[in-house]
Design a protein around this ligand. Structure first.
Ligand code: UGA
Length: 433
């Protein structure tokens, strides 16, 4: 098939590259000239395992193209995928300005019955608006609209695209739905077909449910600490019930990233607008915000007044395997520690450059874990990078002035820690003094 993808962010780029790899001719369109030039030369702007190789292979096969020219990108294409960002407005709702500006840009170049597939996460009812908007902008020409939300994770985006759990195809035009089904058939992933609004809702409900699972286990972890139970055993015990499942039950410093916080706010804002407030999700958000406070309180309880004390922060990105700092739990945590008078030495294997634009100017950035720990009064782990999990406990002891670790991701086993001579505070597990 002849396809155009609008937007070369995580979703657009990975989808475009993978669809070309599946044998389609794909043109990706973006307004960012530097990004497009890099991509034309086989340089992806993000790191995703396998993406660089697939990009280069399909550029060589001449079935993957990049352009900033809408006319060139859109003309003659049967299917247009919309994959532009829908960030958060100040009131929590989704900002659809980039999406509608993309619709304006593509409208003059469409032909009758072009299929528009929305991959972006959009509030319920948006696809109907998109259809109406494009048809007006294209002087009454008829287009088909399909909602096919994306479920890939940063860090495993290529794998998730080829091996997802399901493909959702929402629409009202059965012929167009059939065409999109054929497009995805080579991926051999189960397909669910729904109406437009249900497909839009599936995306928000999925992310809301996953975030709820994390806040649930975080709340149980906090209770475990008060009850002298071990949340790891509890998570394993409940996860063995197949109705619950054992994924997304790792307690920690809270969820972050560009998706869960934004999508929860958007669906909650939508619910309020309809007079249908989502009280479970209010609690999910509150529990998530509280998680960083709980870590700070542990530090304060152990170290007392933090004025003049130095804390080593290990990990800044919202999760390992990415340099993304958006809504990372490290941000509120570091700010709270600094407001309490602490000096901060921060280390992250990938996110330091992004962190410099976000964190307070007074943060000291270390190039190595050794350097971050040197003479610090304690270490706080916020991102479970393999490099941090592999760091020798002996070195923690040698570098820290007071060997104490506050582990926001449960990186180390209690057995190992109890023999280490390091005081160890983790999430939902007994403390080792
Ligand atoms: C998430 C979803 O997992 C994807 O399915 C979805 O497509 C994507 O949002 C999106 O809407 O675009 P992502 O934000 O890349 O993907 O990251 P996750 O791997 O889901 O992690 C999100 C956050 O939850 C991280 O901060 C992670 O540390 C935290 N988390 C995850 C936990 O605290 N505990 C867990 O058990 C799992």
């Amino acid at each position: 098939m002849n396809i155009a993808v609008i937007g070369t962010g995580y979703v657009g780029l990975v989808t475009g590259v993978c669809l070309s790899h599946a044998g389609n001719s794909v043109t990706c369109v973006d307004i960012d000239k530097d990004k497009i030039t890099g991509l034309q030369n086989g340089r992806p702007p993000i790191y995703e395992e396998g993406l660089g190789e697939l990009l280069q292979t399909n550029l060589q096969r001449k079935r993957l193209h990049f352009t900033t020219d809408y006319q060139k990108g859109i003309t003659g294409k049967d299917v247009i995928l919309l994959a532009v960002g829908t960030p958060q407005n100040d009131d929590g709702s989704a900002d659809l300005s980039a999406l509608f500006s993309a619709c304006r840009a593509i409208a003059p170049h469409l032909h009758e019955h072009t299929i528009i597939v929305t991959k972006s996460t959009v509030p319920i009812g948006t696809n109907e608006q998109i259809k109406h908007y494009i048809e007006q902008a294209a002087c009454g020409m008829s287009v088909s609209i399909i909602a096919a939300p994306e479920f890939l994770r940063q860090g495993s985006a290529v794998h998730d695209t080829f091996h997802g759990d399901r493909i959702v195809i929402g629409g009202e035009d059965s012929e167009a739905m059939q065409t999109v089904e054929e497009l995805y058939r080579p991926f051999n992933i189960p397909i669910i077909k729904t109406d437009l609004r249900s497909a839009e809702m599936i995306k928000y409900a999925s992310n809301a449910f996953l975030a709820a699972k994390i806040s649930f286990i975080n709340e149980i972890a906090n209770l475990c600490e008060h009850a002298d139970a071990n949340v790891e055993d509890v998570a394993q015990g409940i996860g063995m019930d197949r109705r619950i499942g054992n994924h997304f039950l790792s307690p920690g410093a809270g969820y972050g990233g560009s998706c869960f916080p934004k999508d929860l706010s958007a669906i909650m804002s939508y619910g309020r607008k309809l007079g249908c407030p989502l009280s479970i999700l209010e609690s999910v958000q509150n529990v998530n915000e509280r998680q960083t406070n709980i870590l700070v309180e542990k530090v304060q309880k152990r170290l007392g007044n933090l004025t003049g004390k130095t804390i080593a922060i290990l990990g800044l990105a919202f999760k390992p395997g990415t340099d993304d700092m958006r809504n990372a739990p490290s941000i509120p945590l570091i700010k709270k520690l600094m407001m309490s008078g602490a000096d901060v030495n921060a280390f992250d294997p990938a996110a330091t450059e992004h962190a410099k634009n976000i964190l307070p100017r007074e943060v000291n950035y270390a190039n190595t874990i050794d350097e971050a720990l040197a003479n610090a009064d304690g270490a706080v782990i916020i991102t479970d990078w393999q490099e941090i999990k592999d760091y020798p406990l002996e070195s923690f002891k040698n570098h820290l002035a007071d060997p104490v670790i506050f582990d926001g991701r449960n990186c180390f086993s209690l057995d190992r820690m109890s023999e280490s001579g390091i005081a160890y505070y983790s999430i939902g597990r007994p403390t080792i003094h």
